[in-house]
Design a protein around this ligand. Structure first.
Ligand code: KMH
Ligand code: ZN
Length: 274
């Protein structure tokens, strides 16, 4: 039976704490949320941090503390975001690797992001890819659009496999400016993945959350859920927190006979167990 990797993305860089008080933005809230999500079935956490005013930050000291706290207190695989917020400079995003997580996100191209631009020029991607390999960090390739598959291929073909030897891609559907969160789009994206990809997950932003989740499970994919991507449990019913999104994903995975995998199996899947 193929189990399901569930990644939780609990915070992101876009939501306003004042509007979403349940968003985990302090170190204590992040740790409590991480523990609850692990208990609910998550095996990996995609981390964005906030400062004391709850604004997005890439402060290296805070990143190191978060990696250490999550390692000491949970079994979760810690994935640091190198995407940051749309306003973060590329140099600060590269420096995230100095906090030495097990996994980092690596977005495979520039994409419109609502009224903003999420900038990922080729030289930045290539530098991040090299630095991740040197630091023995496994990249998770974030694909917001079909054209980004070609850029992921270019990284793999020009520079060889990433650290760990596995290739894990995460399809992000539903960002305004990226590919839409629909089942036909997910099918097209999965069909476009090269054979070098050894595993993939998908997340649907906003109202496409559940169709993308269900289709991903049915197609043998893995899942990403969390408040970074979706803040409604049902129409007009805000989430109480991240754990209920993880719990529902784990329940649906169980129903489809693809129960959630634990962190040990997830480390094998991602090439982290060697
Ligand atoms: N916050 C977005 C601009 C990532 O974490 O790698 C980018 C993002 C992707 O969230
Ligand atoms: Zn992110």
């Amino acid at each position: 039976m193929d189990r399901t990797l569930i990644t939780v993305a609990p915070t992101g860089a876009e939501l306003d704490k004042a509007a979403w008080p349940q968003l985990p933005t302090t170190p204590e809230e992040l740790l409590a949320e991480a523990k609850a999500c692990e208990a609910a079935g998550a095996a990996m956490i995609h981390v964005h941090l906030r400062d004391d005013e709850h604004r997005p930050t890439l402060d290296l000291g805070r990143l190191r503390e978060a990696v250490a706290a999550l390692r000491e207190n949970t079994g979760l695989i810690v994935q640091l975001s190198t995407g940051g917020s749309v306003r973060d400079p590329l140099a600060a995003r590269l420096a995230v690797l100095d906090a030495v997580p097990e996994v980092c996100s690596l977005t495979c191209g520039t994409v419109n992001f609502g009224d903003d631009v999420f900038s990922n020029p080729w030289p930045f991607m290539a530098e991040l890819y090299h630095r991740a390999r040197t630091a023995r960090v496994v990249p998770e390739f974030e694909l917001f659009d079909l054209g980004q598959v070609a850029s992921m291929n270019r990284l793999l073909e020009e520079f060889g496999p990433p650290y760990g030897g596995r290739v894990h891609a995460d399809l992000v559907l539903g960002v305004p400016g990226g590919m839409p969160a629909t089942v036909p789009t997910l099918v097209a994206a999965v069909q476009a993945l090269p054979s070098a990809v050894t595993s993939w997950s998908a997340t649907g932003i906003g109202r496409g959350h559940l169709p993308v989740l269900a289709a991903s499970l049915a197609m043998g994919g893995h899942l990403r859920v969390g408040m970074e991507d979706n803040v409604f449990y049902a129409p007009r019913r805000p989430v109480t927190g991240n754990a209920e999104l993880v719990a529902r994903a784990a329940d649906l995975a169980e129903q489809l006979q693809r129960p959630a995998m634990g962190p040990a199996q997830a480390r094998e899947l991602l090439g982290l167990s060697g």
